[in-house]
Design a protein around this ligand. Structure first.
Ligand SMILES: *[C@@H]1O[C@H](CO)[C@@H](O)[C@H](O)[C@H]1NC(C)=O
Length: 403
């Protein structure tokens, strides 16, 4: 009995050691976050190992998470749910059953997952879409763009753009009974990146008459030029999204070439040739002091960027990096909701975008939470977090009030 007990003890200690991760004090329900994060980390380890052994790509293993959480398009007494295609791109469509004597509102949602994983059919996204329909009596279109590493930039952008463009056609809007003046483009994380980029591109697209009334960007990734902002430094090892994983996502968006990952991870993307772009992410001027702490701005232009930007022009392309545009372009954007999280590498991208949009005269609602990247999706048992409910609630209230 004793050896068994001893083994059990050892295993328990090892598991606890693996699961335990020091978290900031003001984070609620930390254990749930740690457990979810340890599942993610295990998948990451398996992914890394199987890539090392040449068995599969890292992201193929991470994709298991998406498959595991897959839901079928299930209608209920209030909502008709169907999987269909818009402009040949798969979408999941949520239409309320309740009669409406007015035209309806619509939300076009673009899921996150670092351009590599995720789908509209994942339980958390499916739930969020249903809640949006219930709360707003709106139509929700949830886009399923093609993913890396099989497809690279600009495919993810173009697929999502094709969905938006299809839906914004007058005849399509009238087919679904949607009010052309009450449409929002929303997304989280990489989906927030795509939503921001799409909203910008629509302003200049002469083929699109109907422009969205607003955009909602939930902890978006907005640039890959500088992965050395205070939020990248302070939160490099925080749960859910480490700096290393974000550098993987960014680099896979452009290429499977590991050189780019290494350069991003070690912050050597410091272009002298693109130095004017740095003013758009000049955090010492744009971030509140409490986020800057004692960090010093490390601007040491190196020439490697030219090489990378030539090879992967997407890095500096506003369709991938919507933060890297002139104020004049920002000024034409519609009303914006931005959500950021304190312990998130992407925090400063969102804060700086909010700041720059406001300065450019755009109406911005900015919600900021003391939590991690991605927790908005922790909505259902056993990984339900009360802060996720609060976040979803405030986002949906904003939509309901403003759209
Ligand atoms: C349908 O809507 C009603 C009224 O809002 C609600 O009480 C009910 O729970 C909804 N059904 C489902 C399956 O969500």
């Amino acid at each position: 009995m004793a050896p068994k007990l001893f083994c059990f003890l050892i295993v328990s200690v090892l598991v606890a050691y693996y699961v335990y991760w020091p978290l900031p004090e003001n984070v609620e329900e930390g254990w749930k976050v740690m457990i979810a994060d340890s599942i993610l980390r295990s998948l990451g380890h398996v992914g890394g190992l199987s890539e090392l052994l040449g068995l599969s790509h890292y992201m193929d293993v991470m994709m298991l998470l998406t498959d595991f959480k897959h839901t079928e398009p299930t209608s209920d007494e209030n909502i008709t749910v169907t999987d269909t295609t818009f402009n040949k791109v798969p979408v999941r469509l949520y239409v309320p059953k309740k009669e409406s004597n007015k035209l309806r509102r619509a939300v076009i949602y673009i899921h996150g997952g670092g351009w590599c994983i995720g789908s509209s059919a994942m339980k958390a996204y499916d739930d969020l879409s249903r809640w949006t329909v219930e709360r707003l009596n709106a139509i929700v279109i949830s886009a399923d763009y093609r993913l890396a590493p099989k497809y690279h930039f600009p495919i993810q952008f173009e697929d999502s753009y094709a969905v938006v463009k299809y839906f914004l056609k007058k005849e399509v809007l009238s087919e679904y009974g949607v009010d052309p003046n009450r449409i929002c483009i929303a997304g989280d994380s990489a989906g927030g990146n795509l939503a921001a980029a799409i909203t910008q591109q629509l302003q200049d697209d002469a083929e699109v008459d109907v422009k969205p009334k607003m955009q909602a960007l939930i902890y978006p990734a907005l640039q890959a030029l500088n992965l050395d902002t205070p939020s990248y430094r302070d939160n490099a090892h925080m749960p859910i999204l480490t700096k290393s994983l974000m550098a993987k996502f960014w680099s896979e968006y452009f290429t499977t070439d590991k050189d780019l990952f290494n350069a991003m991870h070690s912050n050597s993307l410091q272009p002298s040739e693109a130095s004017h772009l740095f003013s758009f992410i000049n955090w010492p001027a744009l971030l509140p002091k409490e986020m800057q702490k004692a960090h010093t701005y490390n601007h040491s232009p190196q020439s490697r960027m030219l090489e990378f930007a030539k090879k992967y022009p997407g890095i500096l392309d506003p369709r991938a990096a919507p933060l890297l545009v002139e104020d004049a372009k920002l000024a034409r954007l519609p009303q914006t909701y931005i959500m950021t999280c304190m312990y998130d590498v992407l925090r400063d991208d969102g804060i700086i975008y909010a700041q720059r949009l406001r300065k450019a005269g755009v109406e911005v609602t900015h919600d900021h939470y003391d939590t991690f990247h991605g927790v908005l999706l922790f909505l259902s048992f056993p990984t339900d977090l009360s802060i996720a409910k609060t976040m979803a609630d405030r986002y949906l209230n904003w939509l309901n009030e403003k759209l």
